[in-house]
Write a protein that binds this ligand. Structure first.
Ligand code: HEC
Length: 126
């Protein structure tokens, strides 16, 4: 009986650890699956490109509009800026841009190459 009790406790511990690990994996993988092709279309249609550049290379609006290509922002931060911009960027409410639209835009900008290194340009290495 004692042996059975130990096995039961071990089983409970294993299930608890497994559940915790699964929870962590889910949290890290929080960015919803977006469609980059649709994201590009929305990015151009909703005029994000007027400030951020057609391939997210950055631009200007009052001050600099940041580079979005290959953004380092996590999805929640990316979405937060779109819903409640920190400064001069216009806000996009849920009726203008759904969460799915934002996920698609995120997939699009993530798919773009980020800013290159000067080493990538032979003319700068003479
Ligand atoms: C009228 C110009 C303008 C438009 C249009 C615009 N933005 Fe912005 N965006 C900015 C500026 C300026 C900032 C810098 C922060 C601020 O002023 O709020 C910014 C910041 C951001 C950031 C934060 C980037 C970072 O690394 O900090 C994201 C993400 C972003 N914009 C996404 C978008 C998306 C997606 C769209 C289209 C749905 C869009 N923006 C449309 C001007 C614009």
């Amino acid at each position: 009986m004692r042996k059975f009790k130990n096995i039961a406790i071990a089983a409970v511990v294993i299930v608890a650890l497994g559940t915790a690990a699964y929870g962590i994996a889910q949290a890290q993988d929080a960015a919803p699956q977006g469609d980059a092709v649709s994201g590009k279309r929305i990015f151009l249609k909703e005029a994000c490109f007027t400030c951020h550049g057609r391939v997210g290379e950055g631009g200007a609006y009052n001050g600099p509009a940041p580079i979005l290509a290959h953004t380092a922002l996590p999805f929640e931060g990316f979405k937060g800026q779109i819903r409640n911009p920190v400064n001069d960027m216009p806000a996009y409410s849920e009726t203008m841009l759904s969460d799915k639209d934002i996920a698609d835009i995120y997939a699009f900008v993530e798919s773009l190459p980020g800013p290159g290194s000067p080493k990538d340009y032979p003319i700068l290495n003479n």
